[in-house]
Structure formats: C-alpha cells, structure tokens
Design a protein around this ligand. Structure first.
Ligand SMILES: [Fe+2]
Length: 299
C-alpha cells in the first residue's frame, strides 16, 4: 500500500516547488517590467531623445505624392500628436487598400507578424510619403519600421477578457508611433480601438506599477478625452505607443494592420516572430492568393 508520506514526497512536494518557482519567476518578471518602465518613463528620457535627434536628424521631407491618397500637413499632425497622442488621418485609397484586403478577407483569426516582408501592399503603406513625413517631423529624424502586424479578431463576446480589453499603454523605442489601418469596416459593434487623448503625458509611477487602469479611473482622470475610432475599411490613424488605449469587445470579425515605428533601431527592430512561424504564414498568403486569383503566386 502506498503511504501518505510517499505520495507527498513524490507528487505534492515537486508540484508545490514548481508552483513556488513559477510564482517567483512571475514576481521577478513583474519587477523587471517595472524597473524597465521606470527607466523608460523617467525625466532623464529627454537625454536619449535629444541625442538621437542630434545624431540622426533632421530628416528631409519628401515632396512625392501619397499613393495612399492622404493629404496631411506633417507639422500640424506632429503638433497634434505631441499634444493628444492620437490623430485620425482619413481613409486610404481603394487602389492601395484593395490588393491587401483581397488577402486579409480570407485570413483565419490570428496575429500575423512582419507582414511588410511578405506583402508588398503593407510595405507600400509603410513607405508612403505622407505617413513618412509625419513620422519624420514627429521624431525629428528618419523613422524605423520595427514591426508590422495584422490582427484578425473574431467576435469577442464569448471570449475571456484580455489585457488588450483594458486601458493600458505600451512602449518601444525612446520615441515610438503606431500607424493603424482598419482592413474591415469597423463600427461600434466591432472590436474598435479607443484611445485616451493626452494620456501619454500623464503616465505616473502608479500607472507603471499597475500596468492597466479601469474604465472608472479612465473616466475620472481623462473625462472627455476618450477617442473611439470607427470607420470604413482603409481608416488610418496615428497613435503614440504610450497613449492609454484598449480594444472594445465587439461581436464581429475585425482586421487591423498595425505598423510600429521608432526613431532608432532596438532589440525589437527585427521582429518578435520566429522564422518558422513567418515561413508558414508566408505560404498561407501564397496559397490564399493563388486560390483567389486561380493562378499560382510566385515567391
Ligand atoms: Fe496595446
């Protein structure tokens, strides 16, 4: 007969030790996150920002027409972005959008990374002169594209609430900017994006420790600054990565392109997805495009 002490030694003790190790790791992970963010958001950040501008800038603005059909005054947009952190820029042209949505309309729900490497439509949007001019003016130097992801979200009503569904902020380089493009029509029923305008200038030590804020706290601190973004497929908006934002939990499929730019290269400049994952996503794009056009796609 198996004794209780044998069971405790062979089963429960190792399981308990593993649990304790995981808790320690999680605590350690959280401490590292807080320290990194204190370093990033401290008042000293002005030094690396100015140094990067001095070493890399200023960037020449392009006079080439926007293939996306955007008409933006880069100085005005950059000023608004410094102040509010978010700027809805309009809807991109069908000619640019359509080759991309032909593919993304068929993609299963998932996250697709480094898409500018496989999809020429994404690299065309990322390199559009109107978008680049805004980024050059905002950063004070030539921007670097560090990530381009396509997020395909299905109806979220029956899914657990995720971190992205709470107001939170992100950070990348010393200066960073997201350029988002909706690739489906996004209404108040879809998983639309909401930003708290101006909140990138109000991140405190408490926010760094907590990481997220509740809707009630958002209402108290940023009343009237909620900026929900809805619009037809092709709606493009700029958003400082450090602005408090969240994704509402919609009841229909939503597809969004997210291009993250920084003022300099960093560890994430080459993407976070594994090489195997990128390869399998690339072959999925080829297969879907071949099915759609009836012709094999080279590459
Ligand atoms: Fe986020």
């Amino acid at each position: 007969m198996v004794s209780t002490s044998y069971l405790a030694n062979r089963l429960f003790t190792p399981a308990f030790k593993q649990l304790r190790r995981t808790a320690r790791r999680t605590r350690l992970h959280n401490i590292i996150r807080i320290l990194r963010q204190l370093l990033h958001f401290g008042p000293w950040r002005i030094v690396p920002i100015r140094l990067i501008r001095a070493c890399k800038g200023p960037a020449m603005l392009s006079h080439a027409p926007s293939a996306c059909g955007l008409h933006l005054n880069p100085y005005k947009v950059a000023r608004t972005l410094h102040d509010k952190g978010v700027y809805p820029a309009g809807v991109i042209s069908q000619a640019t959008l359509e080759p991309l949505t032909r593919l993304t309309n068929q993609l299963p729900p998932e996250e697709y990374h480094q898409t500018h490497q496989s999809l020429s439509a994404v690299s065309a949007i990322a390199g559009d002169p109107a978008i680049q001019n805004v980024l050059r003016t905002y950063f004070g130097c030539e921007p670097v594209l560090i990530e381009s992801s396509i997020f395909v979200t299905r109806c979220e009503q029956d899914l657990p609430v995720l971190d992205q569904n709470h107001y939170h902020f992100d950070y990348a380089g010393w200066q960073s900017m997201n350029v988002f493009v909706y690739l489906t029509d996004v209404t108040s029923d879809s998983s639309y994006h909401i930003a708290l305008a101006g909140s990138h200038n109000a991140i405190g030590v408490r926010d760094i420790i907590k990481g997220i804020i509740t809707d009630n706290e958002a209402e108290q601190r940023f009343s009237g600054q909620q900026t929900p973004i809805t619009g037809p497929a092709g709606t493009l908006f700029f958003e400082n990565v450090e602005v408090f934002h969240k994704r509402s939990r919609g009841n229909e499929r939503r597809v969004m392109l997210n291009m993250a730019f920084t003022s300099h290269r960093n560890l994430l400049s080459y993407g976070r997805a594994s090489r195997d994952k990128l390869k399998s996503q690339q072959s999925l794009y080829r297969q879907l495009l071949a099915e759609e056009t009836g012709k094999p796609v080279a590459g």
